[in-house]
Design a protein around this ligand. Structure first.
Ligand code: 5GP
Ligand code: ZN
Length: 117
């Protein structure tokens, strides 16, 4: 397991910080965002620590694929897959990334505007 001591999401994976888990696979975890921006707002992470989507894609294609598939399963489970949902990986500070353990936001359950701010 690739993990960083001071990382918030590594601590969620380790069970040191509670989270409302909606789906777990062998190498990924999906849990509700603590500050939801839509009726469905779930974060999907690899259990291993990579700082952002670029680092994950460069390091482990199989794991990147598992994260994507978990995100789509979450959308189905949440009942938003058919109407449509958004999958966002904020990558780097200018994109608004605040937690540097790669995570996909699964957002749905309401109409979403485009482009984002
Ligand atoms: P980012 O801005 O890095 O793309 O997204 C980080 C997300 O993590 C934010 O939407 C924020 O609400 C969420 N978040 C921050 N701390 C916690 C926490 O302790 N638990 C959960 N479940 N979500 C968190
Ligand atoms: Zn981490």
């Amino acid at each position: 397991m690739v993990s960083e001591a001071d990382c918030l999401f590594c601590r969620i994976v380790a069970g040191e910080i509670p989270a409302r888990v909606v789906l777990e696979t062998e190498r990924t975890l999906a849990f509700r965002d603590v500050n939801p921006q839509a009726p469905t707002h779930v974060l999907v992470i690899p259990k291993d620590h990579y700082r952002d989507a670029a680092a994950l894609a460069a390091a482990d294609h199989g794991l990147a694929d598992e994260v994507l598939r978990t995100a789509h399963t979450v959308a189905e489970q949440e009942g938003v897959a058919e109407a449509g949902y958004r999958l966002v990986f904020n990558t780097g500070p200018e994109a608004g990334q605040t937690v540097f353990h790669v995570h996909g936001h699964v957002l749905g359950g309401r109409g979403l505007t485009w482009p984002p701010g």
